[in-house]
Design a protein around this ligand. Structure first.
Ligand code: AKG
Length: 276
């Protein structure tokens, strides 16, 4: 067992567990180089639509999400049957002002389950200075809080959604991660992150796992990839597995998946500026 009894109970009570060692520094650097090689070919950045459902575009990422070092702790928290709903790149350039406002993902993902978890893996140092994630312990056990759309160019969230209820910033718990480490949090937990004041890029990959009884209750169609166990429900269309990076059938599927997730994330918003 990767997580000990007190870590599992901390996850239940506080809504998160961190840090968990996953990759060696060499393995994480190797993935970072793969990502940066793509960025270099595209004038230095991923295209916005490549941030979400990116396990359909990059074979190395499709392999990563089935790594037992990631799935074993996830199994301990949500059970033996696991679907991957999404993966998102969270890249803050050195010295960049980008931030993530306080929010709960339950509010925007259209998923019916309370058991959805986010595993966030660091491919570069995610220190407090670099703008690592911070959480409000225990908020996953309360109501979904009121949010407001505050579209802001530096906010990495689609619609700049932000919790408007009073949160005591002094109670925020930082989750710093070394290269190759990950945190796991319940998607109802209030979380945020600040700008990157370090001299390196802050590169994270979030992986969103759920039990197969979960349903998409906002969008008309959605997809997911079975990464462990079995899916007895079939609520999500099974995604193709890319044979290589930018495998044409998986790229075509990704286009449909990215459009569907855009519609879910912006449901009810005044403006859909296409930011993903
Ligand atoms: O990377 C960040 O700073 C925020 C990530 C986040 O909001 C998430 O993984 O749900």
């Amino acid at each position: 067992m990767v997580l000990n009894v007190s870590e599992v109970s901390q996850f239940e009570v506080d809504g998160y567990v961190s840090p968990i060692s996953v990759l060696s520094v060499g393995e994480a650097n190797d993935l970072r180089h793969k990502l940066e090689a793509v960025e270099a070919r595209q004038n230095g950045a991923l295209y916005p639509e490549q941030r979400n459902k990116s396990f359909l575009l990059f074979k190395w990422l499709n392999d990563l999400v089935r790594d037992p070092r990631i799935l074993d702790p996830v199994t301990q928290l949500i059970g033996p049957d696991i679907l991957l709903w999404n993966t998102i790149f969270w890249i803050k350039e050195a010295g960049a002002q980008n931030f993530v406002s306080w929010h709960q993902d339950t509010k925007y993902w259209g998923l019916s389950s309370d058991k959805v978890v986010t595993a966030w893996l660091a491919l570069s140092p995610a220190s407090v200075e670099a703008g690592c994630m911070k959480v409000m312990s225990g908020t996953h056990r309360g109501e979904v809080l009121s949010h407001e759309d505050r579209y802001h160019a530096d906010n990495m969230l689609t619609r700049g959604q932000e919790i408007i209820d009073d949160l005591d910033e002094a109670k925020a718990v930082f989750m710093p991660l070394e290269v190759g480490e990950m945190s796991i949090h319940n998607y109802r937990l209030a979380h945020a992150s600040g700008p990157n004041g370090s001299t390196d890029r802050r590169i994270g990959i979030s992986m969103h796992f759920m039990p197969p009884d979960t349903q998409q209750i906002v969008g008309n169609w959605d997809c997911a990839m079975l990464v462990r166990g079995s899916d007895q429900y079939g609520h999500f269309e099974a995604t193709p597995i890319p044979a290589c990076d930018f495998d044409p059938p998986a790229v075509a599927f990704h286009k449909k998946a990215a459009k569907a997730i855009n519609e879910v994330l912006y449901a009810g918003a005044a403006v859909n500026d296409g930011k993903l």
